[in-house]
Design a protein around this ligand. Structure first.
Ligand SMILES: Cc1cc2nc3c(=O)[nH]c(=O)nc-3n(C[C@H](O)[C@H](O)[C@H](O)COP(=O)(O)OP(=O)(O)OC[C@H]3O[C@@H](n4cnc5c(N)ncnc54)[C@H](O)[C@@H]3O)c2cc1C
Ligand code: SF4
Length: 331
């Protein structure tokens, strides 16, 4: 499969990058951002919505860097894994992404902005043509969604990035920039429930970095992932659980977030708020798992059937809560 030809733009500063985007948008030229290219380029090779122009962020140094409370969008996943400054929950989630070769190219920004996935879409162009395509990449056919037919509006492709739940649990804020200015928001508000739009980014806007609150240093957490092949597969489900421990060593708060079950990663703060801190932790972990299983709504568009992924939501939540508790005890 050949990568389709495109015009590549290589800005070296953030201002230059957003200005390049503005100029292309003014001329009504469609474009994509590319960071590590480990998601975008395979999609281009498969003919999934390639654009005539691509703006590479590879030389924009100011949006790189890895430190305790700030991780740049261009930070490579393997640098996040190996950093001694990054919160261990983020490193744990990053270490579960793909394989080391992909992590050396893949970035935080690309991971957060990862395209949603669906087995009716992530196929070669020839295969998709044989089924007359689907709504997300319809090649002008007006094709319907294959997962939820008879509605030509919503794409329910699954978000399968690993980093988002860990970052959400730690209270991360995502920073965005465009030629119109800058803005920021809690990471969970960044994602938008549609497999095509995916997030709140406007045309020409990029993720520059995420910022962690100082309070994240007092969090002990665990990330649990379900995937077909441990070697490199995307999450069929992932759950991060976080325990805030105060200076006296007491638990002062809990958080949980998931990925791989729906079109967006989700915070489950409401579920963990119902945990009875006086009750036996193992029983509460089991109850939490049942609650998460009831809450998540996977559809039939990844390797494992929705019924199995729902069951595993329960297992992953229990494991994440128990493992986080073990780590609190051993710190
Ligand atoms: C075999 C294989 C296995 C994989 N397994 C996993 C896995 O287990 N878990 C997982 O999470 N991912 C997995 N991935 C996906 C991917 O490698 C990672 O998510 C990686 O972090 C993507 O980063 P990137 O820089 O390569 O993104 P790119 O491919 O450069 O970009 C991805 C998307 O984000 C947009 N984008 C990139 N940077 C920005 C930015 N700063 N601002 C706005 N938009 C931006 C691009 O336009 C594109 O739409 C896998 C990929 C492969 C090929
Ligand atoms: S969820 Fe529907 S529209 Fe979206 S990629 Fe899958 S089949 Fe296509």
């Amino acid at each position: 499969m050949r990568t389709p030809a495109f015009n590549i733009h290589t800005p070296s500063t953030l201002d230059e990058a957003v200005e390049t985007a503005r100029k292309l948008a003014d001329k009504e030229i469609e474009f994509d951002w590319v960071s590590g290219g480990t998601d975008l380029i395979p999609n281009y090779k498969w003919g999934i919505n390639p654009k005539s122009d691509v703006i590479s962020l590879a030389a924009v140094e100011e949006i790189g860097g890895v430190s305790t409370y700030r991780i740049g969008a261009m930070a490579r996943l393997q640098d996040i894994v190996e950093s001694l400054e990054v919160h261990p929950l983020i490193s744990e989630a990053a270490s579960s992404v793909a394989s080391i070769m992909i992590r050396r190219s893949g970035t935080l920004g690309g991971n957060l902005c990862l395209d949603t996935r669906c087995f009716w879409l992530n196929q070669s162009e020839t295969w998709r043509r044989s089924i007359d395509y689907c709504h997300k990449c319809d090649e002008g056919t007006g094709a319907d969604c294959r997962v939820i037919p008879n509605q030509n509006e919503l794409c329910v492709a699954t978000y399968q990035g690993d980093l988002a739940p860990a970052l959400i649990c730690l209270g991360a804020v995502v920073h965005l920039a465009s030629s119109a200015g800058r803005r920021e928001m809690p990471l969970e508000q960044f994602f938008q429930e549609d497999g095509i739009t995916r997030n709140v980014l406007k045309n020409g806007e990029i993720v520059t970095h995420v910022e962690l609150p100082k309070s994240s240093s007092s969090v002990v957490g665990s990330y649990q992932k379900l995937r077909l092949r441990e070697a490199w597969d995307f999450p069929e489900g992932g759950v991060a659980f976080a325990v805030h421990v105060d200076k006296k060593g007491n638990i002062s708060g809990l958080n949980m977030a998931s990925t791989g079950f729906e079109s967006i990663p989700r915070s489950h703060k409401d579920l963990v708020d119902s945990i009875d801190m006086g009750a036996e932790w193992g029983l509460e972990a089991k109850r939490l798992g049942v609650e998460l299983k009831r809450t998540v709504r996977p559809v039939l568009n990844t390797w494992f059937p929705p019924s199995y992924r729902k069951k595993m939501a329960s297992v992953l939540a229990k494991r994440a809560m128990e493992e986080a508790a073990n780590r609190v005890t051993s710190t």
